[in-house]
Design a binder for this molecule. Sequence first.
Ligand SMILES: Cc1cc2nc3c(=O)[nH]c(=O)nc-3n(C[C@H](O)[C@H](O)[C@H](O)COP(=O)(O)OP(=O)(O)OC[C@H]3O[C@@H](n4cnc5c(N)ncnc54)[C@H](O)[C@@H]3O)c2cc1C
Length: 76
Amino acid sequence: MRGVLSGGGHGASGDVDGLILLRTGLLNEVEMRAQERVARVGAGVKWGQVPAAAGPLGLTGLCGSAIRSTVRSAVS
Ligand SMILES: Cc1cc2nc3c(=O)[nH]c(=O)nc-3n(C[C@H](O)[C@H](O)[C@H](O)COP(=O)(O)OP(=O)(O)OC[C@H]3O[C@@H](n4cnc5c(N)ncnc54)[C@H](O)[C@@H]3O)c2cc1C
């Protein structure tokens, strides 16, 4: 039995018969270390959460237009 990761599901496609779908939505922690200019995000963090957390610190992160897709899937 194979497993496949599912973030926001925005790019979902293909045949998933026989697969276990692993949803990452609850791994949604965002940690910003402004002085180091580092962001640490969980596997289920959606892009919309990043500017919301970074903006008050004067930082931002580049993302696509689909803010409900996860950060991790965009770099996988
Ligand atoms: C029809 C279509 C229209 C699109 N339109 C837009 C658009 O308008 N704007 C835009 O910005 N983007 C668009 N996209 C691109 C889409 O946003 C990306 O595919 C994005 O990566 C999807 O994110 P998601 O979190 O929904 O991932 P999912 O769709 O859930 O997964 C995408 C891939 O990432 C893998 N993955 C998910 N989570 C993890 C993880 N934690 N670790 C490793 N791998 C992981 C999955 O296994 C899968 O292979 C579109 C895609 C499609 C198919």
